[in-house]
Design a protein around this ligand. Structure first.
Ligand code: PLP
Length: 638
């Protein structure tokens, strides 16, 4: 566990059992632990093969409770007179089961929802049906239909607040209100000068994509007063970007927004709600530092900073404390999602050259043996006699580059080329083994060049898109064999036909590690996708936010299975929900193929191959079965 920093990034939700397996602590403490390896084996017994997303609803509920407590404590401690509500932004993970869980737990905690598009608006309306008091904030670009739906929902008794992001939305609100004879309630999004940080810095600042500048807000107040709609302006909103990693950025934004809030009250707007948007980050690499994949503050500090700052500014201006809203999604759902996949095999460089190959190369034409091969053989022998591995490696590098030149000019055959590579790699591996972590500067890139590649049954583009799109670091580790010290290091390659489909950045203390400690694959497979190897499972943690729906169908690898795992009181676990992943048939339909037409055409071709005796009847049956099973099967290797 220490090797992988699990305690640093796990947030108290994961640990390692005495059997060397990873366990989840769904309630944030060791009782009711769920063994992830046992769950995966149990899923396989139910014919649900990895890759699979394990969702822990109890972790989600625990995170929600934690956020609630952090604000409740800050409010009590500061004697703050307003309330706090978190509205969950549906876009962070729109999966229905997860949203329903958030709705159900959220109801008891006084939380609400946030939508940023028409589909999310409709999903949110359906989710909050029967829960009229749940706050529902609507951001994003809006047309007349969007606004009218919101106005009518409010008329039906919903606690729904549209946020004006563009000035023309004010006209849409005014028109709709007149048409339906209501006094609308709405908010306005401010474009703050305090910029965000990191990747989402563009969400804020004067050139931000969203919101109204201060001068536009001032003009809006005048317009609203003229239209006798100023009473509707009840909320001020901002969002300075996701994953705010430095608490100082938040402090500046809260101050600026609260001062703006106070000014709006002074101008006669009723206000009442201050929505600070998202931004509450997650410590993906466990370093607790102000860098992209980490955060330098706790949940408690976040809540306390907001509450104290808003209170101080309002008190100074003699303005009533507003109802504070945040739109935290990432921080609520990240911990509850774990992606598990199986390693299919590995590419490892040899510790020893293949002696039979070297002998064959040397013997095939001993008068003409290329010099670089002789040099490499000599280098390897010197290494056996105790020569300095660094010095030998330098010689080997030189000999290899000469060998490649000879080969490219046609002066070296394939056997000699193969033998030179084998010896060169073995020398590098020896240097790595002997110098370990104390590699001289000269050889700093050796671990990357000679690290293993573990081929893994998942698609980075479908399941871990941020690792590709924005270089985000996720914690990854084996979920079993942790009672054995891993003696290899490697990167991961997915099964897409794309060289970008790899993971080569992992949590590291000072900076990201480029390889991950991994166990040697063991022979003795059970016929699964890893063939001759025993199953070896890796998990990517903290994947609950954004990864599930931002991903795409690259190479037509579809959605993975997702299961909701809950702890039973008796120390066991059970599946609350099973959401099966896409079948081949489904992903083909997404790209407008008609699986039935394809099947018909291919069956016809098989039949004519039988008629022309290219296939036997037996072979034709096998081919047909493959097509039928394939169409209804999982898109990943089984
Ligand atoms: N609110 C708005 C308006 C957003 O654009 C976003 C995401 O960027 C969020 C909330 C969610 O923020 P976070 O990812 O920090 O939870």
């Amino acid at each position: 566990a220490e090797l992988y920093g699990l305690e640093d990034w796990g947030g108290g939700y994961f640990g390692v059992s005495e059997q060397g397996t990873v366990v989840a602590y769904p309630h944030g403490s060791p009782e009711h632990a769920i063994d992830l390896h046992e769950v995966v084996r149990g899923l396989e017994a139910r014919d649900l093969q990895p890759p699979v997303v394990l969702r822990f609803d109890d972790i989600l509920a625990h995170r929600m409770g934690h956020l609630r407590r952090a604000f409740d404590d800050a409010i009590a401690e500061a004697e703050y007179q307003g309330r706090y509500t978190c509205v969950y932004p549906i876009k962070v993970n729109q999966q229905r089961h997860l949203c329903e869980e958030i709705r159900d737990v959220g109801r008891t905690l006084g939380f609400g929802l946030e939508a940023g598009s028409k589909p999310e608006l409709i999903a949110g309306l359906a989710l909050t049906e029967g829960h009229n008091d749940m706050l529902f904030v609507c951001n994003g670009f809006k047309d007349e239909e969007f606004i009218e739906t919101v106005i009518l929902a409010a008329k039906m008794g919903r606690n729904i607040l549209p946020v004006v992001e563009q000035t023309h939305e004010l006209d849409l609100i005014a028109r709709s209100a007149e048409r339906h004879d209501v006094t609308p309630r709405f908010g306005v999004r401010a474009k703050l000068a305090s910029g965000g940080v990191g990747r989402w810095a563009g969400s804020a600042g004067f050139r931000g994509k969203f919101g109204l500048s201060v001068s536009q807000i001032l003009a809006a107040v005048d317009q609203l007063r003229e239209q006798e709609l100023l009473d509707g302006l009840q909320m001020l909103h901002c969002h300075i970007g996701s994953q705010i990693y430095d608490i100082r950025t938040l402090k500046y934004a809260v101050s600026e927004l609260t001062h703006l809030y106070v000014e709006l009250v002074k101008l006669g707007a009723p206000m009442g709600v201050l929505d600070l948007g998202g931004g509450l980050g997650v410590d993906y690499d466990g370093s607790q530092s102000a860098r992209d994949s980490s955060i330098n503050y706790t949940l408690e500090e976040y809540a306390s900073d907001i509450v104290h700052r808003v209170k101080a500014i309002c008190d100074d201006a003699d303005v009533a404390h507003p109802h504070i809203v945040t739109e935290s999604g990432r921080a609520l759902v990240s911990h509850s999602g774990v992606l598990v996949f199986q390693v299919l095999g590995s590419r490892t460089f040899p510790d020893e050259p293949d002696q039979a190959l070297v002998k064959r190369a040397l013997e095939q034409d001993s008068d003409e043996t290329p010099q670089p091969l002789l040099d490499l053989v000599d280098a390897w022998e010197r290494l056996q006699d105790g020569a300095d591995p660094g010095e030998v490696y330098h010689d080997a590098e030189h000999a290899l580059s000469e060998a490649v030149s000879l080969f490219s000019l046609g002066y070296m055959d394939i056997t000699c080329r193969a033998a030179t590579e084998e010896i060169y790699w073995a020398i590098g591996m020896r240097l790595l083994a002997e110098e370990g972590d104390d590699l001289p500067e000269d050889f700093a890139d050796l671990p990357d060049r000679l690290g293993d590649i573990y081929f893994s049954n998942f698609s980075l583009f479908q399941s871990l898109i941020d690792a590709w799109g924005i270089d985000q670091i996720f914690p990854i580790m084996p979920i079993h064999r942790l009672d054995e010290r891993p003696d290899r290091r490697g990167t991961l390659a997915d099964i897409t036909c794309d060289s970008d489909g790899k993971v080569d950045r992992f949590p590291g203390a000072a900076e990201p590690e480029t390889t991950l400690p991994l166990h040697r694959l063991r022979k003795g497979g059970d016929g699964g996708p890893a063939g001759e190897y025993e199953p070896y499972y890796l998990a990517v943690f903290l994947t609950g936010a954004y990864q599930e729906t931002l991903g795409d169908l690259h190479n037509l690898f579809g959605d993975t299975h997702a299961v909701h795992v809950v702890a039973n009181g008796d120390g066991g676990w059970s599946l609350d929900e099973v959401v099966e992943g896409d079948t081949v048939r489904e992903v083909l339909r997404f790209v407008q193929f008609s699986p039935d037409d394809m099947r018909r055409a291919l069956r016809k071709e098989i039949e004519s191959a039988v008629a022309s005796k290219h296939l036997t009847l037996r072979e034709a049956v096998r081919m047909r079965r493959f097509l039928d099973d394939g169409l209804d099967g999982y898109t990943y290797l089984e």
